[in-house]
Structures are given as C-alpha cells and as structure tokens.
Design a protein around this ligand. Structure first.
Ligand code: MLT
Length: 267
C-alpha cells in the first residue's frame, strides 16, 4: 500500500516532482526552491525519510508507488520528474511502471545499473552497523563521499548535509540500503524512455561518476548530458547556481510538452 508522503508543494506552473537521495531528506532541494518562480515544485520526503518516516522502503518500486499516489492525490496526471542518486533510481523505476505520467526526466548524479555482488555486500555490512550504532555511522563514514574535497571544506554545506542525515532513523536507513542493494538493472529500459531526458552530474562525483552518465546517454533516445564543473555527488548543493541554470532552462524548454501532452493514467 502506498504511504502518504510529507512534502512541500511550491510555486505555480508546469509540475515537477523532485526526489532526494540517500541518506537525506527533501531539504536537499533547498537551493532549487528558487525555481518555484517558474514551475510548480513537489518535494516529497520518501518512505522512511525525514518527516515521512516509517519503516523504510523494501524496493525502489515501492517508493515509486508512493510518489505516484502522491501525484494522484495532487491531481498531477503528467509531470516532470527529477531524481538525484537514489532519487534517480526511484525515478527510473517510476518511469518503467508508468511511462505516460512522466513528460520529462532529469537523472542527476545517478546510474541505471544494479549493484554488483561486492557493492551489495558492502551495503549489507553498512546496514548492520547503522542498526547497531545509529545514523552517526552514516554521518562519519558515508556522508563525506557525497561531497567533493572543496565541498568538504565548506562548513555550512557539511552541516546542512549532516542535519539531513540526522533527521532519519537507523532502521529505515538500513532498510533503504538493502532496498538499493536489491534494485533492478534499469539499463535495458533506457531505450524505452521517449521523453526528453537531462543527465546532470558533478564533475567530481565519486559515487556515480561522469562515465555512468555517459553510459546512460548512449542508450537514451532523447538524452543530453551536462557536467557541472568542480561539483561532487550532491551537485545541486555544491553548484546550486549552475544546477539551477541548467535545470531551469530544461524546465522552460519542456514546459509546452508537459502542458500539452496527452494524459495517460497508470494501469
Ligand atoms: C545516494 O546519494 O542516494 C546514494 O549515495 C546512492 C547509492 O549509495 O547508491
């Protein structure tokens, strides 16, 4: 069953749903709230995260169903969808389940492939440590990977990141780690994504590097790639002006398409 998602619903215009990454919350999108001047932004805390809370996800598809139910409740038949990292995994799952609902897609600092066995085993070990010792394990051992070296020098940015991690509960973060470890390989599905798709990635993204986005680009029928100079994995936080400029331009470009496209309901 879908879980009601705590969310912000800001601005007016063509609707965009922005999905945050792990182990964060919708606060990730604080710098993108400026884009509410040109679009309607729906920013959920996903199952297990932030003010939504709960037991945590068992799959990316379960999180996608929550997002679809939220959009149903808001009357959004068709919308732009942007996901950063884990949010991108959920966005790809959602598109696969309900392609007619997504009029334009942004895949930011993410990847389409599944985990290797080794990566899955590492996630399981981390999940156990989080269950035993709490989310400080993520603050200490996971959060630093999400920023570039320059980003790590930026105290306010690091504090902002840590505050998001600490807004989450250990059991839910362990569940999310396991759900990411079990996620499907979405690469065979990329060729079926017919909507305009923007891949955005920080030049210094160490978690889902530029090459992963180049691979996606090869398979996406209507894809394009923008690399944000100097930024790490959380490119929207580290390079907010460049990120907003690119995302805002894409929003403006696809707006007529979002407004005029035929409405398809999920089965
Ligand atoms: C994220 O930023 O959402 C995570 O780092 C993604 C992952 O661990 O695969």
């Amino acid at each position: 069953m879908a879980m009601p998602l705590a969310h912000d619903d800001l601005g007016r215009g063509a609707p965009w749903v922005l999905l945050h990454g792990f182990p964060l919350t919708r606060e990730l999108w604080a710098p993108q709230q400026a884009l509410a001047a040109r679009a309607r932004l729906v920013l959920p805390d996903m199952r297990g995260f932030g003010a939504t809370g709960g037991a945590g996800p068992t799959s990316m598809e379960q999180m996608a169903r929550d997002v679809l139910a939220l959009c149903d409740g808001l009357g959004l038949a068709r919308f732009g969808l942007a996901g950063l990292s884990m949010g991108g995994y959920v966005a790809l799952a959602l598109h696969r389940m309900a392609p007619g609902r997504v009029g334009a897609l942004v895949l930011a600092d993410t990847q389409a492939g599944a985990d290797t066995d080794e990566a899955r085993a590492k996630r399981e070990a981390l999940a156990k440590r989080v269950e035993d010792q709490g989310v400080e394990v993520l603050v200490r051992d996971f959060a630093p990977k999400l920023l570039s070296d320059a980003g790590l020098e930026h105290k306010a940015l690091v504090q902002q990141e840590h505050a998001m991690v600490r807004a989450n509960q250990p059991a839910a973060m362990a569940a999310a780690l396991r759900a990411m470890g079990a996620r499907q390989d979405q690469r065979p599905h990329l060729a079926a994504i017919r909507c305009p798709t923007l891949c955005l990635v920080g030049e210094r993204d160490a978690v889902t590097p530029v090459e992963r986005h180049e691979e996606m680009l090869q398979a996406l029928p209507r894809g394009r790639l923008v690399v944000l100079p100097g930024a790490g994995h959380l490119s929207n936080l580290e390079a907010p002006d460049a990120f907003n400029e690119r995302l805002g331009a894409f929003m403006a470009e696809v707006e007529p398409h979002l407004r005029s496209a035929p409405v398809l309901r999920p089965s």
